[in-house]
Design a protein around this ligand. Sequence first.
Ligand code: BGC
Length: 255
Amino acid sequence: MKLSGKVALVTGSSQGIGQAIAIRLAEEGADIVVNYHSHPEEADAVKARIESLGRRSVAIGADLGSVADINKLIHDAVAGLGQIDILVNNAGVEKNAPFWEVTEADYDFVLNTNLKGPFFVTQAFVKHLQSRKAPGKIINISSVHEDLPFPHFTAYCASKGGLKMMTRNLSIELAPLGITINNIAPGAIETPINTSLLHDPAKLNALLQNIPLNRLGQPKDVSSAVAFLASSDADYITGTTLVIDGGLTWNYSEQ
Ligand code: BGC
């Protein structure tokens, strides 16, 4: 097991990719802080699953758009499991709307969850590591849309582009502290975030035609990469993005 003795905080881990990451890191030996916003029962089920693997876990609710909530999350996580060594900024949301119809509320919801949240969770985590003089690993779950345009999702793309730049910047600033930070950029993964797409056969088929590996990704396609980036096998990797998209991003052909 690669992560014995480590504690990982995975934001947004009651469902989807975050849930798979929480369980995978527990399988690698880490104790897990499960974080949720609106699904406490699912978070409790993930916690129970982690405990059934012989690991410790706490489930803590927080609104990641609130710095007060974030500071309480880190405080309660450390109170519950003693320390945090690995942070996975996974929580993310999206809203589908033409640019000219995006409301202030929807913009704030997306940017608060996808960019302000990771910014201040990371800040609180770094302060925690500084207080222990400990090294650490940060993995951000970004998207292929940190680079790739996605019409009708401009706030989402702006948040993911911002996350990419945050990662690059912090890789330099945090390196002297022994902290690495990397992004993972999933493509189309089968999770609750794209439920409506999954139930629209025409849209789903069009999407599959854009994916050279000809299938949607599964949460475990992402969680296995997180387990690697969180481990000492990845000690020399920082400031980069690992794309996990079945070939989607660079798909171009005239055949
Ligand atoms: C989005 C999905 C989208 C996928 C591929 C993800 O970041 O959350 O809605 O299907 O990118 O475009």
